[in-house]
Design a protein around this ligand. Structure first.
Ligand code: CP
Length: 316
């Protein structure tokens, strides 16, 4: 495996889920695979789960880990091309990426959507610099358009908790005070379309995802109707794609609450975290026994470890 950016990069999902189960059962079975190999984790944006789980996964495989928080640890990096660099950014990504590639065997990078230019975000202009110039395999730890380590962990969590072969999985938009990227819902939809689930997406009008993700997906604008009979409720906020990066609604009637959960088939509640309580979801739902958000976050180690393991196996 040379890159991990989209669902296509993981290959056969049932094989990936089988491998995830093996890794979860015996996380130290490959603890010499990464001996004398180094992974650099580069963050252009904040993180709790992604940083710790990816580091833990690499350590389980015996790797050396270097973490670089671009905004606090190094030179500020210029990411635009053709600019006169007379501002506060003394180094360009174009040099930094190949240099970092010389110090490691795998690079993992987090770089969110800027919301300044939809084309630039959806062309993944920063991530593609790493793919084109790092010279080593690249893992997305959330890019402008996708969060594949999260989606893999989400699917594995559903697999662990499902009580029927083809569960009904509902992705619901929920309100949030800030404009959030579409990466998590995009990846969730991308993965669930391939998985053996009945996927329904519900959101207010205006929050349609980009066509490359939403094509072929059932969208139900009535949230309560969408929740009927659901086995999993996956809540997430995202900003508008069509009116790019804008908040069109903060309507708290979309908050996931006990009354709506009562319409489901005793559904499990999921969220990628961090979550705004009593905006996205009520305390009562997230604190209920049906909430599996912590197990979901714990499975981020599993998804990262499968991906890094595959990359190490392709290096050796
Ligand atoms: N879910 C997730 O990616 O969490 P962090 O932003 O804390 O890494």
């Amino acid at each position: 495996m040379k890159r991990y950016l989209t669902v296509d990069d993981i290959g056969d999902l049932s094989q990936a889920l089988k491998e995830a189960a093996e890794v979860k059962k015996n996380p130290y079975a490959w603890d010499t695979l990464g001996k004398n190999k180094t992974i650099v984790l580069i963050f252009f944006n904040s993180s709790l789960r992604t940083r710790l789980s990816t580091q833990k996964a690499a350590m389980n495989l015996g790797m050396n880990v270097i973490v670089l928080d671009v905004n606090n640890d190094g030179w500020k990096l210029e990411t635009e091309f053709g600019v006169v660099m007379d501002g506060d950014k003394p180094e360009h990504l174009r040099e930094a990426v190949p240099v970092i590639g010389r110090y490691c065997d795998i690079i993992a990078v987090r770089s969110f959507a800027s919301f300044e230019d939809r084309d630039a975000d959806y062309e993944e202009r920063i991530l593609s610099q790493f793919i084109d110039h790092a010279g080593v395999p690249v893992i997305s730890m959330e890019s402008a358009t996708r969060h594949p380590l999260q989606a893999f962990a989400d699917l594995y969590t559903i697999e662990e908790h499902k009580s029927k072969d083809k569960p009904k999985v509902v992705l619901t938009w929920a309100p949030h005070p800030r404009a959030l990227p579409q990466a998590v819902p995009n990846s969730f939809v991308e993965w669930m379309k391939v998985a053996d689930v009945e996927l329904v997406v519900t959101h207010p009008k205006g929050y349609e995802l980009a066509p490359e993700f939403s094509d072929g997906v059932t969208v139900e604008y009535d949230q309560k109707k969408a929740f009927e009979g659901a086995d999993f409720i996956y809540a997430k906020n995202w900003a508008s794609y069509n009116d790019y990066g804008k908040i069109l609604s903060k309507d708290k009637s979309w908050t996931v609450d006990e009354e709506k959960m009562a319409l489901t088939n005793n559904a499990k509640f999921m969220h990628c975290l961090p979550v705004r309580r009593n905006m996205i979801v009520t305390d009562g739902v997230i604190d209920s026994e049906n909430s599996i958000v912590v197990e979901e976050a714990a499975n981020r180690v599993v998804s990262a470890q499968v991906v890094i393991k595959r990359m190490l196996e392709s290096l050796n």
